[in-house]
Design a protein around this ligand. Structure first.
Ligand code: ATP
Ligand code: MG
Length: 446
């Protein structure tokens, strides 16, 4: 008999079918036993005798044959997609026996401490609610691709091994590369920019690596970066408009494809008005000062508290959960940043803040070769370290700009998760590679 997928059973009333999956839960009621069988499409209640049920327990892999029957009205389970039917079991084959589980996986919410959840990642990802996170993430990443493909961007694979640290910052992993030193890429920035000289419009879905020296709820050491860069722009606002289009496209796809998953988390997509508000860093700091009395007006960036406050302001004043912050200090940005000619202290750079946290950074970049060389020198970046990048600009690159969105942060804030590790299948931080690197598993803070 060929396999029937679990969600297909609702249209097979009266038929004998074969389903394949895992025992999700088992409930013994004297002369009958209920097991919920799970496959990639959902759950189905199977009714069987204690003899047939044997010692089946959660996560056993089973092939089950039986008749699909309509449930009596009062036994319909509205929470299950297959809640109108059940299977009356005739035969069970045990295909792979599971060991005793370390905790109960059968509840609607998997209430585990984060370190336990992550230490048992391959197991906990079997839980429907945990699976929902990664279904949403897959839609986000797919939508990013679709949005840019629709605008004629070419996808490229950025290198992870780089010859030098060009962007500055100490948050970099050094790797031994035969008899040389190399680094794990912090960003595909230089590659996506140089590729504008080749393909005009490019994007990548790539891992980037940050040796984040602290454990926070929003930082990982290995991140999925959604990067885009394009040429022949007329202004930095064009970059921001492209990013807004991409973000709206992503939200529309999630709304379209993930209603069930959003509901599981009681989540609603971030509110957007007609246009995402844009505010200069210095004005944002002034607003924060006026609203809270907290003076961060001389700072180079918004701190986490400032990001939360400006989002509150944006929601109150503009009915928007997202807000763009522009015009960061030129000297605090990498060497390729494009200074505002009206006041070169500030740059054509723009971050997107959503629900209190930075989601992306972007802006216009320098394209004039001489100016890039000059800036690199001023920023202490050696020309020989960025040879490949410079080569492109030596031979002509149009005015350009782009942005990078963090996939995990987007997932986290769309679903309202508390910790970025929840939106990462295999999170890495200074205390974890797969499992905890600490002997005593302490709770993740920050
Ligand atoms: P933050 O200031 O919040 O640490 P950043 O300014 O260092 O972030 P960028 O270099 O601007 O980050 O990277 C672009 C985007 O990539 C960020 O807006 C964020 O969404 C994501 N990102 C960067 N670093 C991390 C990280 N360590 N963990 C998770 N996401 C990150
Ligand atoms: Mg940033």
């Amino acid at each position: 008999m060929t396999r029937t997928l679990i969600t297909e059973t609702i249209s097979k009333i009266g038929e004998i079918v074969l389903i394949k999956g895992w025992v999700n839960t088992r409930r013994d009621h004297g002369k009958i036993v209920f097991i919920d069988v799970r496959d990639r499409t959902g759950l189905l209640q199977v009714v069987l005798s204690p003899e047939l049920a044997g010692n089946l327990h959660s996560e056993d892999v089973v092939y089950v044959t039986g008749e699909i029957q309509a449930r009596p009205e009062k036994l319909i389970n509205p929470k299950l997609a297959t809640g109108t039917v059940e299977m009356s079991c005739e035969k069970v084959e045990l295909i792979a026996k599971a060991a005793e589980l370390p905790f109960d996986m059968g509840k609607e919410n998997l209430d585990l401490e984060l370190p336990t959840l992550l230490d048992h990642r391959s197991l906990t990802m079997r839980h429907p609610k945990i699976q929902a996170i990664f279904k949403v993430q897959a839609v986000i990443i797919d939508a990013f691709r679709k949005a840019l493909q629709a605008k004629d961007f070419l996808e490229f694979q950025a290198p992870c091994i780089t010859p030098a640290v060009a962007e500055g910052g100490a948050e970099v992993f050094k790797v031994k590369y035969f008899e040389h030193e190399a680094y794990l890429s912090q960003s595909p920035q230089l590659y996506k920019s140089l590729l504008v000289g080749d393909f005009e419009r490019v994007f990548s879905v790539n891992k980037v690596f940050r040796a984040e020296p602290s454990v926070t709820t929003r930082h990982l050491t290995e991140v999925v970066s959604l990067d885009a860069e394009f040429g022949f722009i007329e202004s930095w606002e064009e970059v921001q408009d492209m990013e807004e289009y991409v973000v709206r496209f992503i939200f529309a796809e999630v709304a379209n494809k993930c209603q069930r998953e959003l509901k599981m988390f009681n989540a609603t997509l971030p509110k957007l008005s007609d246009k995402i508000p844009v505010i200069k860093l210095r004005d944002a700091q002034e607003i924060i000062f006026k609203r809270t009395g907290r003076d961060i007006r001389q700072e180079k960036d918004l701190d986490p508290e400032g990001e939360r406050e400006i989002c509150k302001w944006s929601l109150e004043q503009h009915d928007s959960d997202l807000v763009f912050i522009s015009h960061f200090l030129t000297k605090k940005k990498p060497f390729y940043v494009f200074p505002d000619p009206a006041d070169p202290t500030y740059a054509y750079s723009v971050d997107l803040i959503g629900r209190g946290v930075e989601w992306s950074s972007g802006g216009q970049r320098l394209n004039n070769y001489e100016q890039i060389l000059e800036n690199a020198k001023e920023w202490g970046v050696k020309a020989e370290d960025i040879e490949m990048y410079l080569q492109s600009f030596r031979y002509g690159v149009p005015p350009l700009g782009g942005f990078a969105l963090g996939a995990e942060r987007m997932t986290m804030h769309i679903l309202g998760l508390k910790n970025i590790r929840e939106s990462t299948m295999f999170p890495r931080d200074m205390e974890r590679i797969d499992v905890s690197l600490r002997k005593n598993n302490t709770a993740i803070t920050g």
